[in-house]
Design a protein around this ligand. Sequence first.
Ligand code: CJB
Length: 852
Amino acid sequence: QLKVLDSGKRGTHAPDSAAVLSTKDAFEESFVRHVETTLARNMYNCDSLAAYQAASNTIRDGLLIDWANTQQKQTIQDGKRVYYLSLEFLMGRAMDNALINLKSRDNTKQSLNELGFNLEDVIHQEPDAALGNGGLGRLAACFVDSLSSKNYSGWGYGLNYQYGIFKQKIIDGYQVEVPDYWLKYSNPWEITRHEIQIPVDFYGYVYEDHDPNTGIAKKVWSGGERVLAVAVDFPIPGYNTPNTNNLRLWNAKPTEEFDFTKFNAGDYQQSVGAQQRAEAITSVLYPNDNFESGKELRLKQQYFWVAASLHDIVRRFKKQHKNNWTKFPDQIAIQLNDTHPTLAVVELQRILVDLEGLEWEKAWSIVTKVFAYTNHTVLPEALEKWPVDVLGRLLPRHLEIIYDINFFFLKEVEKKFPGDRDVLGKVSIIEESTPKQIRMASLAIVGSHKVNGVAELHSELIKTTIFKDFVKVFGEDKFTNVTNGVTPRRWLRQANPLLAELIAEKLEDPEYDYLTNLGNLKKLEKFVNDDEFLKKWDSIKFHNKKRLADLVKEETGIVLDPTVLFDVQVKRIHEYKRQQLNIFAVIYRYLRIKQLLAEGVSLEEIKLKHYIPKASIFGGKAAPGYYMAKTIIHLVNKVGDVVNNDPAIGNLLKVVFIPDYNVSKAEIITPASDLSNHISTAGTEASGTSNMKFALNGGLVIGTVDGANVEITREIGEENIFLFGNLAESVEELRHKHIYEGVKIPAALGEVFGAIESGLFGNPDEYRALVDGIRYHGDYYLVTDDFDLFLQTHVKLEKVFGHHGGDANDSDHLHSWVKKSVLSVANMGFFSSDRAIDEYAENIWDIEPTNQ
Ligand code: CJB
C-alpha cells in the first residue's frame, strides 16, 4: 500500500494544492464546476453563500491533495507523531486562513472578482467553528496551525459538537443564550470517514476469566451500552509548506441494534431512545470556562473521545509495527490538554493489559512514557474530580484500574516517605471525602512523564501550591514550563493585513517569511525614530479603529468616534478576570466628569485637563449558570445606556458591550485597540493569550503582574506596558486581612457603589451580590486593593496617549504612544505559537520536524 506513489496510474494525482489554486483559470473552472455539480445551481443563481460554498469546495480540493500527500509522506518516513487531545478546538473561520497558509489569497481574490464576487463578502458567509469556550480551545487551534507550519507530524483529536459555544444576545442588557447550530449548511471543511467507526462501550460489569493457554487470570469488561465513534477529519494546512496535518473530531452514532421488543410492543418512541442517547454524546459543548460542573454526560463525552482516539492510534501503530510494544513510546507522544482527557491514561493501560496481554509494569512503563499533561489553571473550581460511584457505574473496569494505579503509586510513595500519612493523603488519586472522588489532576500527573504550566509565573505557582506534594514525590524535573503563544498567521496577517504588509515591506520580506520566523520583527526597532514610518503605523491603527467602529454601529447602534482612545476588555466574563474592576473605574470616570460639569468646567477644559476622550469596549460570554458574571454583563450594558445617552458628555466617554464575542469578532477588535485590559487578580490567570494578540497588533497593555504579562514585560520592556496592582505573593495575606479586619472600601470605589445603590443604573438589587461580595464577603478578587492603583495607572497612561485626536501629525502622540506600540510589536517574536510548539517538541515530545 505504501508503494502507491510509484504504482502506475494509481499514483497519478495532482502534485499539490497549487494545481487548483495558483492560477485564475484553474480556480474559476473548479468554482463553476462546484456551483453546477456540488451545489446543483448555476452561475446566474449564485449568491454570496453559494459563492462561499463553491470557493471553499475549490480550496478544499487543493487542501485534500496536500493532506493526502502529507499522510503518505509521514507514513513512509515513519517518524514519531504527537497527538494533541483537546476537548475544545476554537478554530473560527477556515477559508481566509487556508488561503493565507496556501499563499493563494491574491489569486482567489482576483478570480472571485472576475466571477463577480468580493472575497471579503464571501469570507463573511462562513460560520465560526466555535467548538471551544475561550483561551484553552483557542490555544489548541493555534497549536495545530503551528504543528503543520513547522512541519511536525501532529494530529489533533477532539469532539465534533453539533452545537458549539452558544451565541450571545443582549436583550434589555441581559445575556440571552441562543443555540449555535453551526452545521446548518453542509460544512465543506470536514470529511466524514464513514469507514472509520470505532465501538465505544459504557456501563456493564467486570468478571474474571482465565487465559485458556496460560491459565493466567484476566479481567473481562462486558455488557453495557455500545456507541459508535465516526471520524470526521479537518485538514490543517501549514503556512508556506505542503505539510497538512489532520484534526480528527468524533461524531457519536448509534449502533444498528434496535430494540424490537419495545418496537413490537408499540412503543416506537422508547425503541429509538438508545439511538438518541448515543447522538447526545457529541451534541453539545459544555459552556463553562475555568469551571467543572461534574455532569455525567460530560464524563461520557470524555471517555467516548479518549477511547475512540486511543483505539485509532493503537490501530495505526499495529498496522506498521505489529505488537512491538516497546516501540510504542518511540512512535507516539500524547499531550493531555488539561485533565479532560486523563481517562486516556487508564484506557491505554487497559488496552495493553486486558486486550493485548502485557504485564502491568511493562504496560505502565509504556503509558507513562507516552503521556504528558498541561495544566491551565490553579482555580479550585476548575480542578476536575469525579465521584467514585459515578465513574464506577459508567466505567467499571476503569475504576478498578484507577485503584490499581493508585495502589502501586502509593506503595512507591510509602517507600520514599515511610509512615508519612500526610503525604500519602495529599497525593492519593482518591480523595477520601464523602462521596469519595477521583482527582483527575493527580491521575494525570502520575500517568505522565512531564507536567507543564502555560507561563513562567503559573508554572512556578503550580509547583508551590496545588502540586507541591507531587514535586516532593517526583522531583522538580518532571515539572516544566511552556509559555503559550499565538499563531501570527491568523493573529497578524489575517486579522491585520495592512500592518502585516507594512512590516513585510520594512523587513524587505515580500514573501512574509517573518510569519514563521517571528523573531525577525526585532528589525522594526531601527525605524522607531522614522516619523514617516510612525505616521503610517498610526494611520493603520486609525483604519482598524474605523473598521471596529463600523462593527459596533452595526451590532449596537452606538456611534464611536475613531479618534478617541479605544480601551478594550474582551474575554470570557469571570470574577477573577475582573471586568468589574474596569466597569467600576468607568463609572467613577463618569461621576467625576458629571461633577466637573456641575462645577461649571466646560467639556473642552475637561478634555484638556482631566480626562481624554475614550471609548470603553467590553465583550465576552458568561457561563449560563454563572450569576455573578451575568450581573457584570448587565451592569456594563446599563452603564452604557446611561453614559451613551447623556447628551452632556459628548464623545468624552462611551461604553460599549459588543454582543457575541467570538474568534471572527476578535479578528476585528484586536487590531483596533489602543489599550487592552489584562487585569486579573495576581496569580489567577494562568497565562492569557489575548494579551499577546493585542501587543502583537500594536495595542498597549494595561495589566497586573500575572500570567504571561510578566514575560511580555520582560520582552518588550517595562516602559512599553502599564503594570499595576498587588503581586501574587501578597494575595493570600490580603484575603486574610479582608476576613479578619474587614474590607476597606477606597473613597473612589465608595462613590461608585453609592451611584449603583442610588439606582442610577436601574434596580440596585440587581447588583446587590456583586457589591456585597466585595463589601461584606471578603472581596476575594481584591478589587478594593487594586482599585486606586488602576485609576492612577490610567492617569499616567492617558498622559502618554495625549490629545491624539486622530491627527497623524500629532508629534507628541507619535513620539510617545506610537513609539511604544512599535517597540512592543518589534519584541513580541517570542510569543509565536511556533516557538511554543518547538519547545514542546524538544522538551516533552522528543519529535523532530518531518522532511518536506
Ligand atoms: N483556561 O480557557 C481556559 N479554560 C479553562 O478551563 C482553564 C484555563 C485558559 O487557558 C489558556 C490557555 O492556556 C490560558 O491562557 C488562560 O490563562 C486560562 O484561563
